[in-house]
Design a protein around this ligand. Structure first.
Ligand code: DAH
Length: 363
């Protein structure tokens, strides 16, 4: 019996060692420890032995079972590790492969400029806010101090949605309703920008039915026109990447701001193109309107449930497509929306070129 057990142990351990695949190993396990297995059979014989025989044989059989169980587990772990190593070796990714050859896509100038704006304003402590493109009349007009009879409604060439609604529904005509959505959903102090699509029934060389705007809003205590001017100057210097940006604030009118100002930047002509920078009053220079802005009208603050005696602020809005044209030198707006790959190849940006302030936002 003793030699039998030793022989069996030797055979089983050798079979475990020789197994090269998981199913072969499983076969050895069944052969030793399965219902009809050799060790299982030996364990069953214990009951028929005399107490003395059992005392001698029991520990031997149990030790055999333990040795085989452990050898099986060790071998199985080694096989699984080897399988994992082989898989990892065959599934490696070469991080040094050039991306350009694999994914020749590019970032649209509008996306690029929106990323640049988010980066610039994040540095000034502004969060990015969003609102729906299908907007209700109250958010798009009424709360912004544009009552039903106001000529601004006609001026906006609004797309109205067909069908019965509690109030007229429109495709938002500007990003200004995001001011309202932000003031009614979060507590001041507020500093947000809101980039996005807007819609007007208008189409020619400089107008498309869908275009992009960015809105800015600051609500806090003791905010003045000085804060507005500094913020716009800082933003435009960072955006055009020049320190010689000169602003001119012209008194204007918007229903949602009082006072209101249109903001011009100075430019000079170079090789038949406008180059932003310097005073527009310099010889050969001129002024170009880039932004609408003003101090948030107290009626707007009130419409959002805030006390205008406690909270003040400024707002601004501008066209993203136009900013892109000015910065990157396109003279026609329509190709922005044509999806022409040649245009995109020429004016697009590498997806790897993420705008950062330290690296130059437009680099
Ligand atoms: N919403 C205006 C437009 O679409 C732009 C604008 C002007 C936004 C002045 C503002 C602002 O926030 O203060 O023409």
């Amino acid at each position: 019996m003793t030699t039998d057990l030793d022989t069996l142990r030797g055979e089983l351990l050798a079979a475990i060692d020789a197994a090269t695949a998981l199913d072969a190993l499983e076969a050895v396990r069944v052969q030793a420890l399965g219902k009809q297995g050799a060790i299982t059979g030996l364990l069953k014989t214990l009951g028929k032995l005399t107490p003395e025989e059992r005392q001698e044989q029991g520990p031997r059989i149990h030790s055999l079972r333990e040795a085989v169980t452990e050898a099986l587990a060790t071998r199985k772990a080694a096989m699984e590790q080897a399988a994992l190593d082989a898989r990892l070796a065959s599934e490696t990714v070469d991080m040094t492969l050039p991306v350009d050859g694999v994914a020749p896509g590019s970032v649209h100038p509008v996306s690029q400029v929106m990323d640049e704006l988010a980066e610039i304003f994040a540095d000034l402590g502004f969060a990015v806010a969003t609102g729906p493109e299908v907007e209700d009349d109250w958010h798009n007009f009424t709360a912004l101090n544009i009552p039903e009879t106001h000529p601004a409604r006609a001026m906006h060439d609004t797309f109205y949605l067909a069908g019965e609604h509690e109030q007229p529904m429109v495709l938002r005509t500007h990003t200004s309703p995001v001011q309202i959505r932000t003031m009614t959903s979060q507590k001041p102090p507020i500093r947000i920008i809101a980039p996005g699509r807007v819609y007007r029934s208008d189409s020619d060389a400089t107008h498309t039915p869908m275009f992009h705007q960015i809105e800015g809003l600051v609500i806090d205590k003791g905010i003045t026109l000085g804060h507005l001017k500094w913020t716009l100057e800082t933003f435009l210097k960072a955006f055009f990447e020049r320190d010689d940006i000169v602003l001119r604030l012209r008194p204007s009118y918007f229903p949602f701001t009082e006072p209101s100002a249109e903001v011009d930047v100075g430019f000079t002509w170079k090789d038949g193109k406008r180059v932003i920078g310097g005073s527009g009053d310099a010889p050969g220079g001129g002024w170009m309107e880039v932004l609408g802005s003003g101090m948030v009208h107290r009626r707007v603050i009130e419409a959002c449930g805030l006390d205008p005696n406690e909270w003040q602020g400024f707002a601004f809005g501008t066209g993203v497509d136009r900013l892109a044209m000015l910065k990157y030198g396109m003279d026609d707006l329509r190709p922005f929306f044509d999806g022409d790959l040649r245009w995109l190849k020429h004016y697009g940006f590498s997806a790897l070129d993420v705008p950062t302030l330290s690296g130059g936002v437009g680099a």
